[in-house]
Ligand binder design. Structure first.
Ligand code: FM0
Length: 327
């Protein structure tokens, strides 16, 4: 059994995962497609120990309560089942985000856990098996097994729902995060997507256009057409967010500053930059632009946002073992 630190980077969906066909197995309603990023990652080590009475989960050296432990336990239980072991585990995780801005993501966390737990249990899993395992913890984590662009193919059951690599993103594409602070308590993505599937009359409309968005963005990625990739991603995100307004009770992840960020993006486009935005289950806005123009675009945004709100990100690598923790 090898207890080693395993690192997974977060990913941002350009075609969103929003809604489950199977809640327990986390089979999604639609395929999704993401870009893994260098700037945000989680490092995790798992140690199975016969002397432990319960599983323990430490995030940044602080023990986590039951709610946080639940997703972790789901993954640990599957690993124990596969490896035929009964021992409880100590899980140590460190989140690496440039600011304390609520950017911690379950995608990198659960992907790193899948890697570290299977390694500690002596399982030699393929990337595909790791993607399925990470998926059971959190759907978006299935995509963080791979660097660059990855597509989570929905499949129809536990065995056929996994992500595949699409393109290494070794071309001029980057993302710039605009961190928007909002005091409102957010609806978690898990709860938000469930409520939307169940109650929003717009949900079917969202599903109807996904195949077209997916095939268009894959063509654009093939052609390294940044403008098309951004435009398709922005439309796709706006459609996803539109479904939440139709839910009962209705909700939105947008705050006034999110809209200010969207306006800033439109201004930049008028200035001639190829820049688009996407948003997830929170108020932060993520810009899709040329990697070579990240600094220039950031300097324009400093008119409206502070330095600490703007974080540059480039395409990042897939899941890997690290010899020691990063600082
Ligand atoms: O990442 O219920 O993976 O495709 O980020 O744990 O399976 O946290 F904008 C929303 C991510 C959803 C889009 O959901 O949910 C995306 C979202 P879980 P996740």
């Amino acid at each position: 059994m090898k207890s080693e630190w395993v690192r997974a980077h977060t990913n941002i969906a350009l075609i969103k995962y929003w809604g489950k066909e199977n809640e327990e197995l986390i089979i999604p309603m639609n395929n999704s497609l993401s870009l893994t990023l260098d700037a945000f990652y989680t490092e995790t080590k798992v140690t199975f120990d016969e002397n432990l009475k319960t599983d323990e989960f430490y995030l940044d050296d602080m023990i986590q309560d039951l709610a946080e432990l639940e997703k972790v336990k789901t993954v640990l239980n599957i690993v124990r089942g596969k490896a035929g072991i009964k021992a409880r585990a100590k899980v140590e995780s460190h989140n690496h985000v440039p600011t304390a801005a609520g950017l911690a993501s379950s995608a990198s966390g659960l992907a790193a856990l899948a890697g570290a737990a299977s390694l500690a249990a002596g399982l030699d899993l393929s990337e595909r098996e790791l993607s399925k395992l990470a998926r059971r913890g959190s759907g978006s984590a299935s995509r963080s097994i791979y660097g660059g662009f990855a597509e989570w193919q929905k499949g129809t059951n536990d065995d056929t729902s996994y992500a595949v690599p699409i393109d290494d993103a070794n071309w001029d594409i980057g993302m710039l995060f605009i961190v928007v602070n909002d005091k409102k308590k957010e609806v978690s993505s898990r709860e938000g997507m469930l409520r939307t599937v169940k109650t929003s009359p717009f949900y079917q409309g969202w599903l109807n256009t996904l195949d077209a968005d997916l095939s268009a963005i894959k063509d654009a990625i093939d052609q390294q057409d940044l403008h098309a990739v951004g435009a398709i991603a922005e439309r796709n995100a706006l459609k996803m967010h539109a479904t939440t307004l139709g839910a009962n009770p209705p909700f939105t992840y947008w705050s006034p500053d999110s809209m200010k960020a969207m306006d800033a993006v439109r201004d930049l486009r008028e200035k001639g930059y190829s820049v688009h935005f996407t948003m997830d289950a929170g108020p932060n806005v993520k810009l899709i632009c040329k990697q070579s123009q990240l600094a220039e675009i950031k300097s324009h945004l400093l008119k409206d946002f502070s330095e600490s709100q703007l974080i540059e990100a480039k395409p990042g690598p897939g899941l890997h073992v690290v010899s020691k923790l990063s600082n």
